[in-house]
Design a protein around this ligand. Sequence first.
Ligand code: BES
Ligand code: MN
Ligand code: ZN
Length: 495
Amino acid sequence: MKQIKFTFNPSFGDFDTLVLPVNSQGEVSANLSDLPQFSSLNTLTQQLKSSGDFSGKVGQTLLLIQPAGTDIPRVLLVGLGDTETLTVKDYLTSLQSMADALDQSGAEQAVNAVVLTPPANQTLAWAVYQSSQISQRNLYDYDHASRGEHTAKAPKLETIIYPCEAQGDAANQGQATALGMALTQDLANMPSNFCTPSYLAETAIELGNTYGYEVNILDRAEMIEMGMGSFMSVAQGGATPPKMICLSYKGADNPDQAPIALVGKGVTFDTGGISLKPGAAMDEMKYDMGGAATVLGVFKALGELKPNLNVVGVIPATENMPSGDAVKPGDVVTSLSGQTIEILNTDAEGRLILCDALTYTQQTYQPAKIIDMATLTGACIIALGHHVSAIMGNNQALVNELIEAGQTTYDRFWQLPLGEEWDEQLKSNFADMANIGGRAGGSITAAQFLARFTRDIDWAHLDIAGTAWVSGSKKGATGRPVPALVEYLIKQTQA
Ligand code: BES
Ligand code: MN
Ligand code: ZN
């Protein structure tokens, strides 16, 4: 994927395209009085408003080629509506329209003045972050034949010049986030006959080689030997070899500083196993490795940004298949923690692989805290829909920080409760716990199950079932929640 160059120049420098924010009065909403052509452009936008050619509403764009009275090759007008009441959502819509229009034009060097008019309560740095992320992300496409190349969209755009003092950190974070999201999207969009646990492992090894971090892969024999009876029970139904993929990024001055651990569900295809899923939309269960893809996307961004902290990523990866060897409802298995589990539904497999990964992560890395992410429950979509991920955890400060990072990036989380009452739903007559807790509060009981494996550590769980991909005519991975996690991690270096 082509990488856009982001630069800063309050006096503009050389450019061939000027992007102007226009409000619902038809006025240019940024003050660019240093620009000699500014007043004639401002008159022009108001004429376009009166003539009905450009209303300035949110998301509207109009490309003007060499407007009269100026020597500028292209002026792109971007509507922001009423800038007094402009919301973050509408602002991001306008930035997206801008990115589409720029990419479809002949622009090579574009001055983006839209960042000068952020919504209320947002900073210039925030606008630069969002604008850079959206502009870079707009070059993403997925095509099976040319996967990973992203050459379908090949705009002429080379440089975006922000007409302000340098906000380099914001632009870098936006761009690195977009590159991380592209990797997450690629892995998730790739069908399960290509994106296998081994492929995820190779991707981790490649990242490690590129950015210089340690990668360690466990195979089936090692994991059986170690006692991961829960994870291995899910993997026993499939011929495709399972992997535990471990990455370790050491950016802190002290290499022994306890890391933050990211654990991601990597079910490369979820048939449900013997508790087979219905056929409708089952293809979308190739996305059941969205948590794993998020961990790898975040590691890509970490490699680009090199922040001063230690992070480990742990990915249990397997298919969930029915077969003559598959685990059956009622089977009892012993997890790596020693706790026994009665598997009442083989389709509740995410928690079965995550619990062993959570124990392994604590035993191996002694992390300061663990954040897990998983396309864990259909119930999450029923509870919250597709616009926010669910968050639960045993440490409210950690949950709050993640919620905050989600607000900043507009990659949002909404907290659901945890508590003993829900935990009781996991009672089993034959083992320490059952792997399902009934229909009521399905996302919460799934988290309660994980909570039994994170009692001794600060832990947050992200259920991304509703946000990792979109269905319908625009079916595809979203790259979420890479933006929120990168923001959270960067914030840890500033504390
Ligand atoms: N991967 C699914 C959850 C899921 C379903 C995510 C649909 C996104 C869309 C998970 O493994 C699963 O099957 N969960 C079951 C749990 C149930 C058996 C307790 C579910 O949600 O139905
Ligand atoms: Mn399942
Ligand atoms: Zn699943």
